[in-house]
Design a protein around this ligand. Sequence first.
Ligand SMILES: [Ca+2]
Ligand SMILES: [Ca+2]
Length: 205
Amino acid sequence: MKSAVVAALAGLSFTTAWAAGPNLVVNGSFEADLIPLNSWSIRPTITGWVGAPDIELQHDLEGNVAQDGVQLVELDTFYNSAMSQTLNASGLVELSFWFKPRIGWGAGTQGIEVSLGSFSSVVMDTATGIGPTPAWQRFSTQVDLGSSGSAVLRFAAVGTSDMAGGLIDNVSVTAVSAVPEPSTAALALAGGLGWVAWQRRRRPG
Ligand SMILES: [Ca+2]
Ligand SMILES: [Ca+2]
């Protein structure tokens, strides 16, 4: 699993640095629009985010525990979808988010494309939910947003459009006050959180 993730991210300027400062993302943990426990809801918008065309919120659905708080997002709703928000930001920032594949689904269906300003990358397109306890993993990268003062942050499901996509939580963009020393590591990965029993969601097709 980890080797596949590293391979998927080869060539990206991911670093292990952590930035200080407030989170510039509105509702980055998807907690603002609380839905009932063990449920999902597909909506054109949620607080801070606009779907293209829609966004699926989940609240501990079938035991899928969020990385932060109680809710998370999936973007393969009934099809590959996307969500975005415009940030008031400039200069060097650190983008961070957490990802977990859904159990029981193979590679090529759980990919996430992330973009911020001029930065864009597909991550996790080789992720598989094989095994009883797929773990949350953190991805981070630094992006120079220049001086325009605003930038679009966007996530999109990629790969097979089949109502099964990777799970996203705890998205943050923070200003970086000083350029950190680049790490030799290709990416920041943190596992071990949220090792929970996870059942495949079933939904009428
Ligand atoms: Ca959350
Ligand atoms: Ca999919």
